[in-house]
Ligand binder design. Structure first.
Ligand SMILES: CSC[C@H]1O[C@H](OP(=O)(O)O)[C@H](O)[C@@H]1O
Length: 360
């Protein structure tokens, strides 16, 4: 099922409908793979809830949705005078920034929208609103281009017949539609490299089982679903020649936050001398952070673990720790695949050299 969106992506993670009085349609990813349903976000609160509940998830996708959320917010409460408009924009950006703390793309997109308004103080409210919608659409289109470039850079690292492992979902659904880690697999497959993907189910919300397998099967790419605890064993059995995952925030030294369990996979890959790669656009880097120690890690509700998908699997009252992400130190990362090239070795110097002085 391929749905084109204005960015031209194969999978329409989301799409804006209409002009500044329009609305955002997005796939409700909590229903996949058994139900494909698009929801309509007609106010900023609905976008906030969609991000919080992972109806839309994945660092780039969260940033794009937040940018459109700002446009929705400005449909009400922006008044007729520019100071009121700007105040409403600030309120909306602050509100959306409180939805989830780890994916830096959320904050990067909101800051980009605010800076655009600050740079155009003399536009009328309708003119500024139109410009902000165009900026949100540009963020989406730029992301799709970055996804394809990431795919091209990363596919060079894979050889014909490789077994590749991935964790969580860094596919089209996590972005504008092109994917990051999965963009590498999409491009390698397009080049005829006949790779075989091993997808970690990725507890507790099963983005790997529900979303990664769905995306790969949609494209006819061989994929085997494994439980998270199997990652080491398939490496021991020499089924895996490379690991590629996404990221939610990458510090200046290359330390990378990604879905919980990624750190364990990276350690296992290191023990088995298997290259571990991160695939991420420049908009996922947070150069204000010297290391991954400073990356905020989201903690989510215990019920995601004790009552996953409505089935109670632990005693009432059990103590639960549910961080949604962990941080993989740069020393365990072979390279970071970006739209601007491969960062290898993963050092601050190489990060700055590849990204240039003006990352996204
Ligand atoms: C291309 S970013 C994908 C990244 O985001 C996911 O987290 P979540 O599903 O909680 O938004 C996961 O860390 C993926 O690697």
């Amino acid at each position: 099922m391929n749905l084109e969106n204005q960015a031209g992506a194969d999978v329409a993670t989301m799409r804006w409908v209409g002009g500044t009085d329009g609305y955002l349609k997005m796939i409700d990813q909590t229903l996949l793979p058994t139900e494909f349903r698009e929801i309509e976000c007609r106010d900023v609160e609905t976008v906030w809830e969609a991000i919080k509940k992972l109806r839309v998830r994945g660092a780039p996708a969260i940033g794009i949705a937040a940018a459109y959320g700002v446009v929705l917010a400005l449909q009400t409460g922006a008044g007729t005078e520019r100071p009121d408009f700007d105040q409403r924009l600030i309120e909306a950006a602050t509100y959306l920034s409180e939805s989830r703390p780890t994916a830096v793309n959320l904050f990067w997109a909101l800051e980009r929208m605010q800076k655009l308004a600050e740079s155009s103080p003399d536009l009328s409210n309708p003119e500024m609103h139109k410009l902000l919608l165009e900026e949100a659409q540009l963020i989406e289109v730029e992301d799709l281009k970055m996804c394809h470039q990431i795919g091209e850079v990363g596919a060079e690292l894979l050889s014909k017949g490789d077994g590749v492992l991935t964790h969580c979902n860094a596919g089209g659904l996590a972005t504008s539609g092109g994917g990051t880690a999965l963009a590498v697999f999409f491009e390698a497959a397009r080049q005829g490299k006949q790779i075989h993907v091993y997808a970690d189910e990725t507890r507790p919300l099963l983005q790997g089982a529900r979303l990664t397998t769905w995306e790969l099967m949609q494209r006819g790419i061989p994929v085997t679903l494994i439980s998270d605890s199997m990652a080491g064993w398939v490496m021991k059995e020499q089924k895996i020649q490379a690991v590629v995952t996404g990221a939610d925030r990458i510090a200046a030294n290359g330390d990378a936050a990604n879905k919980i369990g990624t750190y364990s996979v990276a350690l296992l890959a290191s023990l088995h001398d298997i290259p571990f790669y991160i695939a991420a656009p420049s908009s996922t880097f947070d150069l204000s952070l010297e290391s991954g120690e400073e990356i905020p890690i989201e903690e989510r509700l215990p019920e995601e673990i004790t009552n996953g998908f409505g089935k109670q699997t632990a005693p009432d009252g059990v103590d639960v720790y549910n961080p949604a992400f962990d941080v993989t130190p740069a020393k365990y990362i072979q390279g970071i695949i970006t739209e601007r090239g491969l960062i290898e070795p993963v050092t601050k110097e190489e990060v700055l050299r590849v990204l240039g002085s003006d990352p996204a």
